[in-house]
Write a protein that binds this ligand. Sequence first.
Ligand code: NAD
Length: 264
Amino acid sequence: MAKTLDGRTALVTGSTSGIGLAIALRFAQEGAKVMLNGFGQPEDIAKARATVGAAMGVAEAPYSPADMSRPDEIRAMVQACQAALGGCDILVNNAGIQHVSPVEDFPDDKWDRIIAINLVSNFHAIKAALPGMKAKGWGRIINVASAHGLVASPFKTAYVAAKHGVLGLTKSVALEVARSGVTCNAICPGFVRTPLAEAQVKPLAEKHGVSEEVALTDHLLDRQPTKKWVEVEEIAEAAMFLVGANSGSINGAPISVDGGWIAQ
Ligand code: NAD
């Protein structure tokens, strides 16, 4: 049976775990050829490649170890994707890191890395992949931003600044590509059950002297009205919608998947 993404090629950054892995797997299950990227233990990367590869009908999905803080490696990754898969029709800029600290104590190197990995990498990947998409007359760029691209929280200055920047980049690129068959959108998740977010629960429990359960519902998810994690499959579903058959008129949009967070 024909699948929605048969014949499509995709590159998902930061896809060795969490949201990126769920998106890569979903795209592969829908027929796309997918290249993975990201860090991790060799056995975890091998497992991700095998899982996504199985959905593609191969032993292992292609993988780039490119560091998203390095423009030269980002350019080489896009070229490697085009060489390995025959194109890069869909680009998902997903790799990201977090650091939580009062602004006056925020380490300079952490600020620089968050801006580089969460924002600047998106620019370099889009710049490298867009000419191929335009030449084909079809392309989909999805930037995984955050609810923190639309509203702020204290102690996350670099992350909030980067994610607000991602939405600005998304809108500007969307205007540039509007007549080319390419779209550029952002997904804005609330708190999603992944290693990046789960790592924030324990420090909150210690800070407030409460159990991890209370730290989750009353502190981390204080502004997520559902009081539940968003699941990675729900983000993958939103990504799937944006690359599906009838999404060509969605362009420059922040798609919230946040349990109602920014409705407040
Ligand atoms: P995660 O930690 O599970 O995954 C992050 C991925 O990025 C991993 O594959 C990691 O190896 C990769 N990565 C980190 N630094 C990299 C680098 N320099 N080069 C290449 N890859 C690198 O986190 P996640 O929660 O799945 O986050 C994915 C994206 O979703 C991030 O952009 C994050 O900001 C965003 N997001 C997450 C949440 C959440 O609650 N989990 C909420 C909103 C937005």
